[in-house]
Design a protein around this ligand. Structure first.
Ligand code: SER
Length: 891
């Protein structure tokens, strides 16, 4: 069976069992700060398991794109070294949301594996959690598995958890024995490639709390996950996932590029390298197609390290050029039909990967230099071990896998401190974990909801009304704020880059000021920042407000002005998106956006700074569209595939339901969007770009204003210009910039004249002073302090004075803003015949003003910070010159 047939047969099997076939969620989790990457099929249903969200079905199945390269589930270091781990893989899964449970999960899994796919029963093992007798018995009674093949394991192997916190429960896994003689019983769960786990059936019953407690969930669920590449290997009779048709196109392409053939050996360094490159190319291509970008933090950093690891290995193939971007098209060709984003995003993804590869190749060479430096240092300290910190730095900053450092070290007879490396790695993981936990605190604040109803979901009615009667269904006090859930609400909860609404909720006795609105599963949560007691006419702190079941009726009203200004900005981002694509090209794609009442921010893929002409064109086009006053049509509940087929723009990386909302401005823009919008684009009024900048490599950002904020900005600018025009007494048709340039030129000219004047008068004073200065052994020696001149003029004066007399030397000082400048010269003859050295003399003098400097025997300068030391400096200079001249006479 071809792998695509295997995928389809899994989905067909569960569709026949009443499952809704859903799309894979993006590999970048839409709204889960506890995860960097989607690491299991169940992630997109986390809210359902936690009883915060619902779906219009109770059974689902899919193939989910997963990345396991960080956090709790991290297979990165195994990839390449064995033949069945990946950083990216597909997980085939089926789910029951409080519907069927262990019997069906186990018997269907068994049936699909052994009846539909006819895997040999005697080669399969089922593991169960040590005290899960129920599952043990179901295996025994409801399947024809050899009872000897049911094995109990402890928490490490048979209790599945999504992350540090979240849904979890005991699981039952199915393993296959691939040993030649079927003697693999003892190899179950020992990490041996001959007996591998195929399918994990998790019985979700708990929510792991951040303090480690297991809190039982209201309902029991099934969450299964089967490694698609593994099952493909087994069904295609291959010894390794990498030998299947999933990887073949990638290996063929790598061979085409590098000339190296894949030999399918476990230990051959060339085969290891090819596995790493193929696996990592998949991870990067899928992650970037879903909107991720390489960067220096979080998921972007993980991706950057993966890319670097692959490039390191490609050197082992004797290939030193960027390679990964050349595999993007291969993946789009071989998998684009199942994951259309690969095809749609391929140009952008290829460009990003290429740029990243090119910049790393430079870093890599630098890493080799660092490695050599480390070796030198260790050698000069007579050691022969690279310490863990240095090995980790090479790994972390320069992308050197530990193995590579060890191999390179071995080449020069050195060792690497593996324990120290592990320690440094653990420290970094700890830092990352703390980071994640901090992000998690809002979701997991420990406070309890007080519910007045069994229904926790809220209906959003704010697309076409801004005020309504509602019932309070839940409240929670958290960190000086009160959170309120209503059964229905006009308040838009923050999502898709649009901020949450603000406004008021009024009960019989209180006015609650809503400062933000957010989503928590299916509940819409109003964040209350201030409370007014209507009867006592005073403000009370939200902490002191106790809502009871007699006062649940409320009037909810959104702040109309804030909402409308926000809508102007939101609709304007759609127009901007369209204009950018038309003017810059179809590679432009949304990478992020933020919209509030004050401004809009739009991030998009593009590879160079926008010129002023481009910005002007984009802005003009959007304003032109605004003047058409087209209606904005909002289509709710459009099937996702229909919307995409009609060309609606989607934000890659967003999680979309089966039915989506489409916002259309006929002839101008069509986008999938759940946000709120003006009803007619004429209402935007005016669109003004205020900045264009870079956010990351290949991603640009435009910020803009609309409506009266834009108008105000234009007026402020206009007023300033009028003021300038008035000050310059410019005529109506005169160019202001020309006038200002002329003024700047004139100012420069005047400054120059002023300097020249200063120099001339300084020179005349100093010339007289030089002629009047003491003559020591035929040489005029001058020391002088001048006021009100800068170091530059002082220098110029000294240059001119130096040419006046054949035998002369001088030290000149000036002070400006507390800083001392010194200049010293000695005429040519004074240097050659009398042996004076201006550089040496000034160095000594500078010490008295707490400074330093130097120069040549003919001319030297110095600076200092202590003006009080000037008399001493002059004195010292005079004495030193005398000493030098005496020495000369005595010779
Ligand atoms: N969530 C489980 C796993 O990832 C089963 O899908 O293994």
């Amino acid at each position: 069976m071809k792998s695509r047939e295997i995928r389809q047969s899994f989905l067909d099997y569960f569709a026949n069992k009443g499952h809704n076939i859903v799309r894979s969620a993006p590999v970048i989790p839409a709204d889960d700060p506890t995860l960097l990457f989607t690491n299991a099929g169940m992630n997109q249903f986390k809210d359902v398991f936690l009883d915060k969200g619902t779906r219009p079905y109770v059974r689902a199945a899919d193939t989910q794109k997963c990345i396991r390269a960080s956090g709790k589930h991290n297979d990165l270091e195994d990839v390449g070294r064995d033949t069945y781990h990946h950083t990216f893989f597909e997980m085939l899964g089926n789910w029951s949301f409080g519907d069927y449970y262990k019997v069906e999960a186990i018997t269907w899994a068994w049936e699909l594996l052994t009846e539909v796919w006819t895997l040999p029963k005697e080669r399969l093992y089922a593991t169960v959690f040590h005290d899960d007798d129920e599952s043990f018995q179901i295996w025994q009674k409801h399947t024809d598995i050899n009872p000897e093949h049911i094995i109990r394991f402890g928490e490490k192997d048979n209790f599945w958890e999504m992350g540090e916190t979240g849904p979890c429960g005991p699981c039952s896994e199915i393993h296959i024995d691939l040993t030649e003689d079927g003697s693999g019983r003892s190899l179950v769960n020992v990490g041996d490639y001959r007996v591998i786990e195929l399918w994990n059936l998790v019985f979700i019953q708990y929510n792991r709390q951040s303090d480690g407690r297991l809190e039982p969930l209201p309902k029991k669920h099934v969450d299964t996950g089967m490694g698609f590449e593994r099952v493909a290997a087994v069904l295609q009779g291959k010894g390794s996932n990498y030998d299947t048709d999933v990887f073949k196109p990638l290996f063929d392409r790598i061979t085409e590029i590098t000339g190296v053939r894949y030999g399918a050996s476990m230990d051959n360094p060339l085969d290891i390298a090819m596995r790493v490159i193929a696996d990592h190319a998949r991870t990067l291509t899928f992650a970037l197609s879903d909107g991720a970008m390489p960067s220096n933090e979080g998921r972007g950093y993980v991706l950057r390290r993966i890319l670097r690891r692959a490039l390191r290995y490609s050197k082992n193939l004797g290939y030193n050029e960027p390679i990964l971007h050349q595999l993007v098209g291969t993946l789009a060709d071989s998998m684009g039909d199942v994951f259309p984003e690969l095809t749609k995003q391929q140009d952008t993804v290829r460009k990003i990967i290429k740029a990243e590869e090119e910049s790393f190749i430079v870093t890599l060479d630098r890493g080799i230099e660092i490695f050599n430096d480390v070796i030198e240092q260790v050698r000069s300290a007579s050691g022969n071990t690279i310490n863990g910190k240095d090995a980790f730095k090479l790994y972390d900053t320069y992308g050197f896998p530990f193995d590579l450092t060890r191999l390179m070290a071995a080449d020069v007879g050195f060792e690497v401190d593996g324990e120290g490396f592990e320690h440094a790695m653990q420290q970094q993981k700890e830092r990352a974990r703390t980071d994640r936990k901090e992000k998690q605190h809002v979701e997991d604040d420990g406070a309890e909801w007080l519910w007045f109803s069994d229904v926790h979901r809220s209906i959003f009615s704010g697309y076409d009304q801004l005020g309504m009667q509602a019932m309070i269904t839940g409240v929670k006090h958290v960190k000086g704020k009160l959170l309120v859930v209503l059964d229905q609400t006009p308040f838009y909860p923050e999502s898709g880059g649009q901020v949450g609404d603000r406004g008021w909720i009024e009960t019989g006795s209180y006015r609650l000021q809503v400062t933000d609105t957010i989503k928590d599963g299916d509940a819409i949560v109003h964040v209350i920042g201030a409370v007014f007691d209507k009867i006592l006419d005073t403000a009370i702190t939200p902490d002191d407000l106790a809502i009871d079941s007699n006062q649940l009726s409320a009037e909810a009203s959104v702040d109309r002005h804030v909402r409308l200004d926000t809508e102007r900005n939101h609709t304007a981002t759609h127009l901007l998106h369209g204009a950018l694509r038309r003017i810059l090209g179809q590679h432009v794609q949304q990478k992020g956006s933020f919209v509030n009442a004050e401004r809009l921010r739009f991030d998009f893929s593009h590879f160079s700074r926008l010129t002023n002409a481009e910005l002007e064109e984009v802005e003009a086009e959007v304003n032109e569209q605004i003047r058409t006053s087209e209606q904005v049509i909002k289509h709710s509940e459009v099937p996702y595939d229909d919307a995409i087929a009609k060309g609606a723009l989607a934000f890659f990386g967003d999680k979309y339901a089966d039915n989506v909302r489409v916002v259309e401005v006929p002839g101008i823009s069509v986008e999938l969007c759940g946000g709120t919008h003006v009803d007619n684009i004429g209402r935007i009024g005016l669109f003004k770009i205020i900045s264009e900048s870079s956010v990351a490599s290949g991603v640009r950002r435009i910020e803009a204003l609309t409506g009266k904020t834009a108008e105000k900005l234009m007026w402020n600018e206009y007023r300033e210009l009028q003021q300038v025009r008035h000050l310059l007494k410019a005529k109506g048709d005169e160019s202001l910039s020309e006038r200002v340039s002329e003024l700047i030129e004139a100012k420069k000219e005047l400054e120059k004249q002023l300097q020249d004047g200063k120099l001339a008068s300084l020179l005349s004073v100093l010339t007289a002073a030089l002629h009047a200065s003491p003559d020591i052994g035929g040489c005029r020696i001058m020391t002088n302090v001048v006021e009100g001149v800068d170091a530059d003029i002082l220098r110029q004066a000294a240059f001119a004075l130096r040419e006046l007399l054949p035998y002369a030397a001088a030290l000149l000082c000036s002070v400006e803003d507390g800083k001392v400048s010194l200049v010293s010269f000695a005429s040519d003859k004074a240097v050659r015949e009398l042996g004076l050295d201006a550089g040496k003399l000034i160095r000594e003098a500078a010490q008295s003003v707490q400074g330093g400097g130097g120069g040549k025997p003919e001319f030297a300068t110095a600076g200092g910070k202590n003006p009080d030391g000037i008399p001493r400096a002059l004195e010292l200079y005079a004495v030193s010159v005398k000493v030098a001249l005496q020495g000369m006479n005595e010779q």
